[in-house]
Design a binder for this molecule. Structure first.
Ligand code: GLN
Length: 548
C-alpha cells in the first residue's frame, strides 16, 4: 500500500519546503523505496506557465510537456526521477475541471460546492500518481503557508484523505520558520506555535516539525516546540541553512529524520545507500573552495532573481563539479548591455550563456553577447531564446542579412530568421499552448552536439513558439553555420553550432537541456560548454579537461 507524506509550510513562504520534501524523497529512495512527488499550488492560474518569473521564478517543464512549479525541478534533481503532468496541480486546474463537468451536466440537479466537490477533486489528485506509478511513497507538498485563505480546501482535503487512508499510512510534516531575534540572542518558537495552532484548528495534527532557521535550533528549543505543538520530541528536526541545498538530505539524515519517517509509516528500515550523492556533495565542496574560478556569464533579464534561471544555474553547477572545477556564475542584465559597454561588461568571462526568455526587453543585449562570444572565441551556449539570438547575430553579421531578427519581436522585420512555427499560427490561447515537453532530435554526426550527446537520437524538453525560419537555412549554412540537430522529419532546426575552424565551442539548442540535468548526470550540452569554458580559462584544449 502506498504511503502518503504531506509537507506543509508555516509562518512564511520561501522557506525551502520543496528542498525539505525533495531531501526526504532522496533519503527514502536511497533506502530502496520507490518515491514520487507532487506539488499542490493553491493559486488560481491553471498552471504557472502564464506567470512572470518575477512572480514565480522559473517555469519548470516536465518530460510530458506540463509547465510546472520550480519545485518540481528540485524534486527531479533530488530523487532522480522524471515526473509527469500529474505532479503539479493548482486551484485553477481543479476548478477548471469541475466547471467543465458542471457544464457538461455531470452534477445535474446538484449544488456544486467546495466541500465535497472541490475537496473530492483534490483528493483524487492526491491519489493519481499513486495509481499511475504504484510508488511506495508519494510526497505531496502543499504550496503557500498554513493560514492562507486559498489553501484551506487543500488542508481540508488532506484531513479527509488522512482519515480515509487510515492510521499509519500518512504523515504530515510541517516545515516552519524559527526566526533568530538578534536583540534577544535567541531563536523564537512562538511563530511556529501559532502556525501549528492554525493547522490544528483545521483538524490536522502534524507528525513532524522541521525547523527552518538561519541559526542553530538546539535540543532545548526543539523540546519546547514539541511540548507546545504536541509533537513527539524525537519528531522535531533542525534544518538550519546549509552551505548548499544538496547538503540538506544528509543534514536531516544525520538527525535520524528518514529513519523516524520509516518507523512512523511502518516501512521496514532498509539500509540507506547515499554513496553517489555523498560523492557528489564531497566533490562539490572541494570544487567550490578552489581559489581558481571559471567564470560564466548568464545574460538574462531577471538578474535580481536567480530563481528565474534556477535549472540553468544548477546545470552549470553540476557540470563544474563533474570536472572538479569551481564555476562561478554571474547574472548579467541583457538590457544594460550596449555596443559601448559590452566589452567591459563581459570581460573576464570564460563562457557566455544566453538562456530562454520571452519579450523584447534585453534582446539586443543578448544578440551583442552572442556577437562578442563569437568574435572573441569565448565558449557560447544558447538555450532556446539563446539559440534564436545567436542565429540573429550570425545572420546580421556573417550571412549578410542586416537587421535580421525574430518576428516575435519585430513582426515587420526584413529578415525574420526566427519565425513562428506553423503549428502555432492559429493558436490564440496563451496557457499551455507552446511546443512543450520532450521531442526527438536527430544529432548530426561529427558535430560538437554529437560529441556532447554521443547518441544519434536524443530527447530534450521544449518551451517555445518560434523556430529557425527554414527560408534562411541555406543562407545561414552557406555562411558557415552548422545545423547539428534536426527534428526527425527535418522540418525543425533543433541545434546549431559553429565549425571548430571558426570558433572553439559555440553551440545553441532550441530545447532546454537544463531541465534534465541531475547532480550526478549533468546535461550533456551544459557539461561540454563548461568543459570548453574551463579550457578557455586554463588555456588548454578542451579534451585535456577531464572529469573527476
Ligand atoms: N520566446 C521564444 C519563443 O517563444 C523563446 C522561448 C524560450 O526561450 N523558452 O520561441
Amino acid at each position: 500500500m502506498t504511503k502518503h507524506i504531506f509537507v506543509t509550510g508555516g509562518v512564511v513562504s520561501s522557506l525551502g519546503k520543496g528542498i525539505t520534501a525533495a531531501s526526504l524523497g532522496r533519503l527514502l529512495k536511497a533506502r530502496g523505496y520507490k518515491v514520487m512527488m507532487q506539488k499542490a499550488d493553491p493559486y488560481l492560474n491553471v498552471d504557472p506557465g502564464t506567470m512572470s518569473p518575477f512572480q514565480h521564478g522559473e517555469v519548470f517543464v516536465t518530460e510530458d510537456g506540463k509547465e510546472t512549479d520550480l519545485d518540481l525541478g528540485h524534486y527531479e534533481r533530488f530523487i532522480d526521477e522524471n515526473l509527469t503532468r500529474e505532479s503539479n496541480f493548482t486551484t485553477g486546474l481543479i476548478y477548471q475541471s469541475l466547471i467543465q463537468r458542471e457544464r457538461a451536466g455531470d452534477f445535474l440537479g446538484g449544488t456544486v460546492q467546495v466541500i465535497p466537490h472541490v475537496t473530492n477533486e483534490i483528493k483524487s489528485r492526491f491519489l493519481r500518481i499513486e495509481e499511475q506509478t504504484q510508488a511506495d511513497v508519494v510526497i505531496t507538498e502543499l504550496g503557500g503557508t498554513i493560514g492562507d485563505i486559498e489553501g484551506q480546501p487543500f488542508v481540508e482535503a488532506m484531513r479527509q484523505f488522512r482519515k480515509e487512508k487510515g492510521a499509519g499510512n500518512t504523515l504530515v510534516i510541517h516545515v516552519s520558520l524559527v526566526p533568530y531575534i538578534a536583540a534577544a540572542h535567541e531563536v523564537k518558537t512562538k511563530p511556529t506555535q501559532h502556525s501549528v495552532k492554525e493547522l490544528r484548528s483545521m483538524g490536522i495534527q502534524p507528525d513532524f516539525i522541521v525547523c527552518r532557521s538561519d541559526h542553530e535550533v538546539d535540543a532545548s528549543i526543539r523540546a519546547k516546540i514539541a511540548h507546545f505543538c504536541d509533537v513527539d520530541e524525537d519528531c522535531v528536526f533542525e534544518n538550519s541553512d546549509c552551505p548548499s541545498i544538496y547538503d540538506v538530505p544528509m543534514h536531516l539524515a544525520k538527525q535520524g529524520f528518514d529513519e523516524k519517517v520509516c518507523q512512523k509509516l511502518g516501512l521496514e528500515p532498509r539500509e540507506r545507500d547515499m554513496s553517489d550523492w555523498n560523492d557528489f556533495t564531497d566533490a562539490m565542496h572541494v570544487a567550490n573552495s578552489l581559489p581558481e574560478k571559471t567564470r560564466i556569464a548568464v545574460v538574462g533579464k531577471y538578474t535580481q532573481l536567480p530563481d528565474a534561471y534556477l535549472s540553468v544555474i544548477e546545470a552549470l553547477h553540476h557540470s563544474g563539479v563533474y570536472y572538479d572545477r569551481h564555476v562561478e556564475i554571474k547574472l548579467v542584465d541583457g538590457e544594460e548591455l550596449t555596443e559601448e559597454n559590452v566589452d567591459e561588461e563581459l570581460a573576464g568571462y570564460d563562457g557566455i550563456l544566453v538562456p530562454g526568455g520571452f519579450g523584447l526587453r534585453g534582446t539586443e543585449g543578448k544578440i551583442l553577447s552572442a556577437n562578442r562570444a563569437r568574435v572573441n572565441k569565448v565558449p557560447y551556449l544558447g538555450v532556446c531564446l539563446g539559440l534564436q539570438m545567436a542565429v540573429c547575430e550570425f545572420a546580421r553579421n556573417v550571412a549578410g542579412l542586416p537587421g535580421a531578427m525574430s518576428s516575435e519581436f519585430e513582426p515587420e522585420c526584413t529578415y525574420p530568421v526566427i519565425d513562428l512555427m506553423p503549428d502555432q499560427e492559429d493558436v490564440t490561447d496563451k496557457g499551455g499552448t507552446m511546443r512543450l515537453g520532450a521531442y526527438p532530435c536527430k544529432v548530426v554526426p561529427g558535430t560538437l552536439a554529437s560529441e556532447a550527446y554521443g547518441e544519434e537520437l536524443i530527447y530534450e524538453r521544449h518551451r517555445h513558439r518560434y523556430e529557425v525560419n527554414n527560408a534562411y537555412r541555406k543562407q545561414l549554412t552557406d555562411a558557415g553555420m552548422i545545423i547539428s540537430g534536426l527534428s526527425p522529419d527535418n522540418r525543425l532546426v533543433e541545434m546549431v553550432e559553429l565549425p571548430e575552424s571558426m570558433h572553439p565551442w559555440f553551440v545553441a539548442s532550441q530545447a532546454h537541456p537544463e531541465f534534465k540535468s541531475r547532480p550526478t548526470k549533468p546535461a550533456p550540452l551544459f557539461r561540454e560548454f563548461v568543459r570548453a569554458a574551463i579550457a578557455h580559462h586554463e588555456g588548454v584544449d578542451r579534451h585535456d579537461v577531464n572529469p573527476r
